[in-house]
Ligand binder design. Structure first.
Ligand code: F6P
Length: 318
């Protein structure tokens, strides 16, 4: 039976992480468990940055972006010696279980701890929506809203000047942010790893748009191509003058949307329930509007190609 649980956020921050921490803290206390915040992710676990949290510690947090526990990336956590030190620190506080909030790197850390007999549950916190086991990750909806808001503004000026706006969005190796926002803004072209980069096709599409519209919008997922070079190609080969905008880290900040707050809150409660049931090595996923706990390994490796499916619809919409 567990008595004390720890909660941490790790990897890139995501709006809604505070709501998830709040839910874990409140659900733990409601079930007579002590709860501890681990600052700066696995790095803080290794450095012993741990503090008891109370109901009040998470007041006024639900609407705030970022993560008040702080976050970090610690690639060295893959080494057993590093994890052994981290586990000793947990033992000093008597922490017997953890909720780890983050993306796939965070999940791999949780899995490695589970194999060393620390009970762990993962919560999907990343703007990228790149964890195959869940339909949505905490932070995706807010980042999408930020992108759509920015592109709507770019469209105003693009249209005034008869230009093509090329917008680079985040997503690491996943095109979810690019394709979802492409659909939401009615873009002419989306380029991401799932669609591939086909220069002639892009140019043809923009030329076609130029025949009937005052602007064109191209959404590009980071790492697929250089958006400034693409702007030059479009300026040289189409009637539009093009401008590139890299949205960058603005996509990771801001107040979480109601959807992210709700998702984070119900997932946080479910994580505590799973720990109380004695489960470990699992993560919480939203599948067809229902929360389920599945093994982390399965969540990271299962095949679910939501991006290509959305891209098929995108192509029908233009
Ligand atoms: O995983 C979230 C994310 O924002 C990715 O979309 C992006 O590739 C990466 O993190 C950026 O990381 P950093 O903030 O360390 O530059």
């Amino acid at each position: 039976m567990i008595r004390k649980i720890g909660v941490l956020t790790s990897g890139g921050d995501a709006p809604g992480m505070n709501a998830a921490i709040r839910a874990v803290v409140r659900a733990a206390i409601s079930n007579d468990l002590e709860v501890y915040g681990i600052y700066d992710g696995y790095r803080g676990m290794y450095e012993g940055k741990i503090e008891r949290l109370h109901r009040k510690s998470v007041s006024e947090r639900i609407n705030r972006g970022g993560t008040f526990l702080g976050t970090a990336r610690l690639p060295e956590f893959k080494y057993r010696e590093i994890r052994e030190v981290a586990i000793e620190n947990l033992q000093e506080y008597g922490i017997d279980a953890l909720v780890c909030i983050g993306g796939d790197g965070t999940y791999r850390g949780a899995l490695a701890l589970d194999e060393m007999n620390i009970k762990c549950i993962g919560l999907p916190g990343t703007i990228d929506n790149d964890i195959p086991g869940t339909d949505y990750t905490i932070g995706f909806d807010t980042a999408l809203t930020t992108i759509v808001d920015a592109v709507d503004k770019l469209r105003d000026t693009s249209s005034s000047h008869r230009r093509c706006s090329i917008i680079e969005v985040m997503g690491r190796n996943c095109g979810a942010l690019a394709i979802w926002s492409g659909i939401a803004v009615g873009a002419e072209v989306v380029v991401c790893s799932e669609t591939g980069y086909h220069e002639d096709e892009i140019v043809d599409k923009i030329c076609e748009a130029a025949r009937s519209k005052r602007h064109a919008i191209v959404l590009v997922a980071e790492k697929v191509t250089d958006v400034n070079k693409l702007a030059k190609i479009i300026t040289d080969r189409t009637p539009f003058d093009a401008r590139a905008t890299i949205l960058g880290h603005i996509q990771r900040g801001g107040c979480p949307t109601p959807r992210d707050r709700v998702l984070a809150s119900i997932m946080g409660v479910k994580a505590v329930e799973e720990l109380i049931k004695g489960n470990s090595g699992c993560c919480i996923c939203e599948v067809n509007n229902e929360l389920v706990a599945i093994p982390i390994e399965q969540a990271l490796t299962m095949k679910r190609d939501q991006v290509s499916e959305k891209y098929r619809a995108f192509k029908e919409l233009w």
